[in-house]
Design a protein around this ligand. Structure first.
Ligand SMILES: Nc1ncnc2c1ncn2[C@@H]1O[C@H](COP(=O)(O)OP(=O)(O)OP(=O)(O)O)[C@@H](O)[C@H]1O
Ligand SMILES: Nc1ccn([C@H]2C[C@H](O)[C@@H](COP(=O)(O)O)O2)c(=O)n1
Length: 225
């Protein structure tokens, strides 16, 4: 059951900005639940590919999202009962996720599933519309970003470590294309909300970013009546 009293920290930001890494660490430090909302769009894209549903088939994609058999168990992501943790991280599935995420009926189909993560003692949620649509009542909203060049470098390191052969230039182009699509779409676009705090991690370590969010959370906590 959803616990609407459970506090929410919403972290939104562009691709490869580090939101997932920071959100997971903040959640671990506070012993809060963690929602990786991008994983749901990636799972929808992967399930669509596996079922032969095309990315321009809105009805088909909506049905895939509605019927998504996905679970998150201690960092392991299952799709149809099989591990999909790594499979959803490919650049191709990221691209597909960005396309399915632009469809309003797909987003609607995934909304209740995301809100069900709001449980005591609290939730840290990362994505593009955590603070605007899914948890507009979040006690702390953060817009976490970094320059496209820094993000491309970070993603490049990540992919090289996984043995993928890809150039920084290609990653930078993909990131810029995805930023444009995620920000320009009409439904739930990626924007920095007026009530979100800006965290530019271009020149920060992961630890510094995590400490900043935890510091902001303490401030929010201490100013609550
Ligand atoms: N402040 C930082 N300094 C250096 N590397 C970082 C920093 N933050 C994140 N990283 C690294 O950048 C890479 C991308 O981070 P992460 O996957 O958390 O980004 P993301 O915003 O969740 O991406 P996506 O939106 O594509 O899921 C990871 O390898 C992570 O370790
Ligand atoms: N709340 C969200 C989360 C993700 N998306 C889209 C945008 C991305 O292109 C794609 C994959 O997300 P990532 O794993 O890179 O965070 O899903 C969205 O529209 N809304």
């Amino acid at each position: 059951m959803i616990d609407i009293l459970a506090p929410v920290i919403a972290l939104d930001g562009p691709s490869a900005s580090g939101k997932g890494t920071v959100a997971a660490r903040v959640a671990a430090a506070l012993e809060f639940h963690y929602l990786d909302s991008g994983a749901l769009y990636r799972l929808t894209a992967l399930a669509a590919v596996r079922r032969g549903v095309l990315f321009d088939d809105v009805e088909g994609l909506t049905e895939v999202a509605r019927a998504l058999d996905a679970s998150f168990v201690e960092g392991v992501i299952l799709l149809d009962g099989e591990e999909a943790t790594e499979a959803i991280r490919s650049e191709a599935i990221g691209e597909g996720a960005s396309r399915v995420a632009a469809l309003a009926p797909v987003r609607d189909a995934l909304l209740a599933r995301q809100r069900a993560f709001q449980r005591l003692p609290g939730l840290v949620a990362d994505g593009r519309d955590m603070g605007s649509v899914v948890f507009p009542q979040a006690q702390l909203k953060v817009f976490l970003t970094a320059t496209a060049e820094v993000r491309a470098e970070r993603r490049h390191k990540q992919l090289i470590a996984k043995g993928e052969d890809v150039t920084i230039q290609k990653i930078l182009e993909d990131i810029q294309q995805r930023d444009a699509r995620d920000s320009a779409r009409t439904v739930a676009p990626l924007v920095q909300l007026p009530d979100a705090r800006l965290l530019d991690t271009s020149a920060m370590t992961i630890d510094q970013a995590v400490r900043t969010v935890l510091g902001w959370w303490e401030t929010v906590q201490s100013s609550r009546p």
